[in-house]
Design a protein around this ligand. Structure first.
Ligand SMILES: Cc1cc2nc3c(=O)[nH]c(=O)nc-3n(C[C@H](O)[C@H](O)[C@H](O)COP(=O)(O)O)c2cc1C
Length: 230
């Protein structure tokens, strides 16, 4: 019997071989995974940044990590608009604060505001001007002139953002994921077309001296609540 393949090889060319990984014992694997867990668990959202500069090359490397994420049909449906100019960041702060004042003024509803209690969030967003970079992440619904829409855009972009946050943390930088509103304004500010949808803003920089982790953010669900084994 011939070998069964998912795709005829000529339609599905492959790379010559799977990248070699070093052989490890189970203990070594577990200890590496545990060390990584400890390192990534020390990541927290920062809401007080210093103006200390960050090298553009560091952000570029982190964006390359984000761009290596898996995506539906490998469409890589993301675009990262990196804001660093004082003019752009001030315009962003003004627009976001106006939106947030409406939210905190009642439009957001008291249930939502209840959820945010304890995290120390307010309508004031000085960090949008102070932090050296704000990355506006767009989900790209179609590539170029393709008529087929990209599949699983939100899921793919979410995974890419996870890699981006991990790379930034690994580089010793602080970050904050912020809700991407007002959407139309973000498209205009970042000069992105209407078929790209803002999904998140990621504020990046060094923490200010007074940066702190709200107690509410330090609470993590235990493993038995976030996993089940079948
Ligand atoms: C999709 C998303 C949107 C968020 N939006 C905001 C936001 O608008 N403002 C804010 O201060 N934090 C925002 N956060 C940060 C969360 O509040 C924070 O991740 C959560 O409280 C856990 O804290 P930690 O990041 O320190 O672990 C957002 C996080 C995510 C993933």
């Amino acid at each position: 019997m011939g070998e069964i393949r998912a795709f005829p090889l000529d339609l599905c060319p492959t790379m010559p071989h799977w990248p070699k990984t070093r052989e490890m014992t189970d203990d070594e694997r577990t200890s590496r995974a545990t060390a990584f867990f400890k390192q990534i668990a020390s990541r927290h959202s920062c809401r007080s940044f210093s103006g200390r500069p960050v090298a553009r090359a560091t952000i570029e490397a982190a964006l390359r990590a984000a761009g290596s994420a898996p995506s539906g049909a490998n469409r890589q449906p993301w675009h990262f608009a990196v804001l660093s100019s004082p003019g752009a960041k001030t315009a962003l702060r003004v627009a976001v604060e106006e939106e947030e004042r409406n939210f905190y003024g009642g439009i957001g509803g008291s249930e939502w505001q209840g959820l945010l209690r304890g995290l120390g969030t307010t309508a004031e967003k000085p960090y949008l001007e102070i932090a050296p970079f704000v990355i506006v992440v767009f989900g790209v619904t179609r590539n170029g002139t393709d008529s087929v829409p990209n599949p699983h855009v939100t899921e793919s972009v979410g995974i890419a953002c996870g890699l981006l946050l991990t790379a930034l943390h690994e580089a010793g930088l602080a970050s904050l994921v912020h809700t991407a509103t007002p959407a139309r304004f973000l498209n205009r500010l970042c000069r992105r077309p209407a078929h790209e949808r803002p999904i998140a803003m990621i504020v990046v920089g060094h923490p200010a001296e007074d940066a702190a982790i709200p107690e509410a953010a330090a609470v993590r669900k235990p493993l038995d609540q976030i996993s089940s084994w079948l």
